[in-house]
Design a protein. Structure first.
Length: 135
């Protein structure tokens, strides 16, 4: 059995259940993919899932708070030092993949009603399948 590839500090809320998203080999390294997941309360959330070159996986909300568009999976993957990041494809704000924190706002403010940071989700690979943790 393959050991999980996981990032322990990922996601800000406790995980109540894990949702299988796709096979790891379906994700292109350094690119994102969007997934529509159902939370425990029946509501849905669009999630952007990323595979890095070392096969670690990360998940953040798909909604870009600065443009109001669901585009984060099309963002530019990079890093700030050792911290993996994604830059919004619209206005290029930079977010930490581990926490969703906005590291560079580019002098812009989020759309009304949206927060500065992205929601982050726990993510791991089990038996070749990417799972995202939901609260």
């Amino acid at each position: 059995m393959e050991a999980p590839v996981s990032v322990a500090d990922q996601g800000t809320a406790p995980v109540s259940r894990w949702v299988a998203v796709c096979r790891l080999d379906a994700l292109v390294p350094e690119r994102g993919a969007a997934a529509l997941l159902e939370r425990g309360d029946g509501s849905t959330v669009q999630v952007a899932v990323y595979r890095l070159l070392d096969d670690t996986v990360w998940a953040v909300q798909q909604l870009d708070p600065y443009s109001g568009a669901n585009v984060m999976s099309r963002g530019i993957v990079g890093s700030r030092g050792e911290e993996p990041t994604v830059a919004s494809p619209i206005y290029k704000q930079v977010f930490a993949l581990a926490t969703g924190a906005c590291l560079e706002s580019g002098g812009k403010t989020p759309k009304p009603g949206l927060g500065v940071h992205l929601e982050s989700f726990a993510a791991e690979v089990r038996n070749g399948v990417v799972h995202v943790g939901l609260a």
